[in-house]
Design a protein around this ligand. Structure first.
Ligand code: ADP
Ligand code: MG
Length: 595
């Protein structure tokens, strides 16, 4: 089968199990029927006893031999083939749908079929039916399925679905088994994609003093992840690829700094998505890193320190456009989801030497469901941080217009305590398509009643300056969702999200993560015209990003997709990432037992 490769491409599949998992969308039953049933596709042994044509249609009368009755049929699409095939006196197995026409039974557009007594699978794919059937016949054999690592039950189920012998075969399969095969196949593919490269250097710098001198004690999670990274970086045979995922405020910066200390006396590089974040990390680095480490900040403008001689280089995208960035055996990317794959790869290439690569650590504040993390850890090492150094004390509540006066008092009260308030509007300018105020419509109200009101939004060129200024002397900040970027506003204790039901749970979670970063009692108000919204109500009940990722999956499944922030989800036919943790675990165990 020469063109199999092309067909696989058309089907967008890469593994044998991908093909096996393209199960028939329906089956046609070619066994002979004993009686006529209106509405069903049936098969009979028949002899043509009369043929007529009229107005482009062909009318054929059959004698059903076993039943000894006559059956009329009508052909709407007629070609020479039909006249040739259905000649008077010829015998056929005819198959078609039985209808009732003015009290008379009829068969519509019957086909003359060759094989009877079979259950024939039908596939709905992007290639022709005979092509997919050829592929299946060639590749889906017991032997091949066993070779993929499936057990007897799994092989037998797939064989029954593709080559059914009875109705029993296609009606009594175990969905759990299909889920397992799907998970197992996905894990295998991820594992197959993983390629290891040798590392530029083994890094084993002593971090004891650095940790001892911190003004706080590490959380258990920080401690564990730092341990994992220490193990990683020591290894010269394998350049590590690890992603550290933890909610906003879970203390990832310290892990970044500890990694830079491990790299010392060799160099390390960190890329952050905005200059504000880069600056924030630079400030923390100067505060916490040992004085003997030279630190540089690389931005489009206002760079600090000499990056050519620095031990730890912190920068924005600007790093990607310098052609003299020194080779470093450790590179890191903060808030990795804000960069494209190409940008991340480019950073890696800048310092790689052929097949020898730097250790590569990525940090993300976008929690993914645990099941997804379990899967993806086949491709990239994962560290999940589920605790925060300050226990977050945030009350979340869904409110509407009728709650406004209470909200207003809360806002006054927070500001009187020298805390700050953030109000997130859906839009900058007025719009008829949205039933909520925009920043432009709302700002007058706040500016009249409060002194230090600041305004910024996604397209605002000055947004970083506004944020810095607000951090120092603002009371209320009005913005769109721009604030999502991880800038720290420690005095922020109240956030109002206007039109909350329009946003995805991941976005709401990022926004809520802005308040109470240092453990101050805080409030998150979801302002909506749809107070009974289930999704918002369940969002109020948990603060855990990993729980929220799970909820997100659940609501996404029910078609509740609202904005573009949802990560391009993993698509499975049977497996449910929100529910099937146990199955994913079993599939991982199987995979590892095979190696
Ligand atoms: P993330 O990058 O995960 O969102 P940060 O690293 O910015 O979080 O940390 C949030 C705040 O918590 C910072 O002010 C940081 O100095 C502080 N912090 C980090 N780790 C600890 C800790 N173990 N104990 C107390 N405060 C901590
Ligand atoms: Mg951070």
């Amino acid at each position: 089968m020469q063109e199999a490769k092309i067909l696989f491409e058309k089907l967008k599949i890469v593994s044998l199990l991908d093909l096996a998992l393209i199960t028939p969308s329906s089956y046609s039953n070619n066994s002979l029927s004993n009686e006529l049933i209106v509405g069903e596709v049936q098969t009979f042994q028949a002899e043509v006893i009369n043929v007529n044509s009229n107005g482009g249609r062909m009318y054929v009368v059959f004698n059903l031999q076993k039943l000894d009755i006559e059956l009329k049929s009508v052909f709407f699409k007629v070609s020479a083939y039909h006249y040739d095939t259905f000649k008077i006196g010829t015998r056929h197995y005819i198959q078609g749908k039985i209808t009732s026409f003015r009290g008379d039974m009829q068969m519509i557009q019957p086909k003359s079929i060759q094989n009877i007594g079979e259950i024939v699978p039908k596939y709905s794919t992007s290639i022709k039916d005979y092509q997919i059937k050829e592929l299946i016949k060639f590749y889906i054999t017991e032997e091949n399925l066993y070779n993929e690592g499936l057990n007897r039950d799994e092989v037998s189920l797939l064989m029954k679905l593709h080559y059914p012998k009875s109705l029993e075969d296609i009606n009594s399969y175990n969905i759990e088994t299909l889920k397992f095969i799907e998970a197992f196949n996905h894990l295998k593919k991820l594992k197959g994609k993983k390629v290891n490269f040798p590392a530029l250097k083994s890094l084993d710098g002593n971090i004891e003093d650095f940790i001892k001198n911190l003004p706080f004690r590490l959380t258990k999670d920080q401690d564990r992840v730092i341990g994992e990274i220490q193990k990683d970086l020591k290894n010269k045979d394998k350049a590590v690829k690890r992603i550290v995922i933890g909610d906003v405020g879970s203390g990832k910066t310290i892990i970044i700094l500890a990694s830079a200390v491990m790299a010392y006396p060799h160099k390390s590089i960190l890329m952050a998505p905005t200059s504000l974040l880069a600056m924030q990390i630079y400030e923390e680095a100067t505060k916490f890193l040992p004085k003997y480490m030279k630190i540089a900040l690389v931005k489009q403008r206002d760079s600090k320190g000499d990056y050519l001689s620095a031990d730890f280089i912190i920068g924005t995208h600007a790093l990607l456009y310098k052609d003299d960035i020194p080779t470093a055996p450790l590179i890191m990317v903060d808030e990795q989801h804000r960069f494209g794959t190409k940008q991340r790869a480019k950073l890696e290439q800048i310092v790689a030497k052929g097949k020898v690569k730097p250790h590569f650590l990525q940090f993300s504040a976008t929690p993914i469901p645990r099941t997804q993390a379990m899967m993806e850890s086949e491709l990239i090492d994962m560290s999940l941080i589920t605790t925060t150094p300050f226990k977050k004390d945030i009350t979340t509540e869904v409110i509407d217009r009728s709650d406004f006066s209470r909200l207003f008092k809360e806002i006054q009260s927070e500001i009187s305590k020298n805390n700050q308030v953030l109000i997130v509007y859906p839009l900058v300018e007025e719009s008829y398509s949205i039933a909520y105020q925009s920043i432009d419509e709302g700002r007058g109200f706040w500016e009249k009643r409060f002194k230090n009101v600041f305004v910024t939004h996604g397209k605002d060129r000055r947004k970083e300056e506004v944020l810095v200024e607000f951090r120092e002397k603002g009371d209320i900040l009005l913005s769109t969702t721009v604030i999502e970027v991880g800038i720290s506003l420690p005095r922020l204790t109240l956030i109002v999200i206007v039109g909350a039901e329009r946003l995805g749970l991941a976005t709401l979670h990022q926004l809520r993560g802005r308040v109470g970063r240092l453990g101050l009692k805080s409030w998150c108000y979801l302002f909506t015209n749809d107070k009974s919204n289930n999704r918002l109500q369940s969002f109020c009940k948990t603060l855990s990003g990993f729980e929220i990722a799970k909820l997100d999956l659940k609501y996404r499944k029910s078609g509740d997709i609202l904005d573009g922030t949802i990560q391009s989800g993993l698509q499975f036919k049977w497996l449910d990432l929100a529910e099937d943790e146990e199955i994913v675990k079993l599939a991982k165990d199987r995979l590892h037992s095979l190696i």
